[in-house]
Design a protein around this ligand. Structure first.
Ligand SMILES: [Zn+2]
Ligand SMILES: [Zn+2]
Length: 290
């Protein structure tokens, strides 16, 4: 199983870190998790067409995780997608897809009528809403939704992806959350979100109150190492950096206080192969100890 980081950022605009999105390649399937800003550009850079995606999973409906949904639909259709999307999301996803379709209905109808492409099947979306601990199976891959804590956001999930004895856990957006740690116990790879409190300073647009509010529904850099240690994972990869620019050495030192295992500060387009324990980034390949 391979994990490709498409977007390691957050709502903050940063060309180096696009909005949250991950691609998982397993058992010949291409699974996309979230579709934040820039996902279609990053897919092209990763050498994968949106037309080839077998299923899309959404962790939650915060805009930074779903904002490019319609762009993904239309661009994949332009790439020749000729089969409906399979979309798995939390409660509220059906309404989200319906509202998105309603917003674009008139534009899309005019486009379809004018462009006369061979098929419109690629614009159809089959939505299934999952619940906590629900397992979805297909083609040798299983994905289990784990409800996490992103209060006051009502429905937020992480995922456990399993294939051929390998286990990948995606945290989604969450505070430190014992059920997620339990689900991640012994996993080959944990991709976890992180908020770097020291890098968030009050300024004109951001008060101490706002910083505290944002921090309250994420996992702090001072906490995420302990999450990996308690779950005893094979490698901890950090993503969803809030903010997107930070002192990397200071972040490593902070996480290292509680986690001595393999640690990766994720970057867009980084690839990790769970089977071979190799990491590809910017032309370099790093093999982690087995
Ligand atoms: Zn987010
Ligand atoms: Zn969120």
């Amino acid at each position: 199983m391979k994990l490709v980081l498409l977007g390691t950022g957050c709502p903050q605009v940063d060309p180096r870190r696009m909005g949250p999105a991950q691609l998982v390649l397993a058992a010949g399937r291409k699974l996309l998790f979230d579709c934040g800003s820039g996902v279609t550009q990053r897919l092209v850079q990763a050498g994968v067409k949106g037309a080839e995606i077998d299923a899309l999973f959404l962790t939650h409906l915060h805009s930074d995780h779903v904002i490019d949904f319609h762009q993904l639909l239309v661009s994949s259709w332009h790439q020749g997608r000729d089969r409906p999307w399979k979309l798995f999301g939390p409660p509220g996803t059906i309404a989200f897809v319906e509202r998105s379709a309603a917003l674009w209905k008139e534009e899309l109808e005019r486009r379809i009528a004018h462009e006369r492409r061979a098929s419109t099947a690629g614009l159809e979306v089959e939505v299934k809403e999952f619940t906590d601990q629900q397992t979805l199976r297909g083609g040798g891959v299983t994905v289990t939704a784990i409800r996490v804590n992103h209060d006051p956001w009502p429905e937020a999930y992480g995922f456990v992806v399993e294939e051929n004895g390998q286990r990948l856990v995606l945290s989604g957006d969450t505070t430190v959350w014992p059920p997620l740690i339990e689900a991640a116990r012994g996993a080959d790879c944990l991709l976890h979100e992180v908020l770097i409190r020291r890098e968030l300073r009050p300024e004109e647009h951001r008060s101490e109150e706002t910083i505290a509010a944002v921090a309250s529904y994420h996992t702090a850099a001072s906490e995420v190492g302990a999450v990996a240690a308690e779950a005893d994972v094979g490698v901890l990869i950090l993503s969803h950096f809030v903010p997107t620019r930070f002192d990397a050495e200071a972040l490593v030192a902070e996480v290292r206080a509680a986690w001595s295992g393999p640690l990766v500060l994720g970057e867009d387009l980084m690839r990790y192969d769970l089977a071979t324990r190799t990491l590809e980034a910017g032309g370099a390949m790093i093999a982690l100890p087995r």
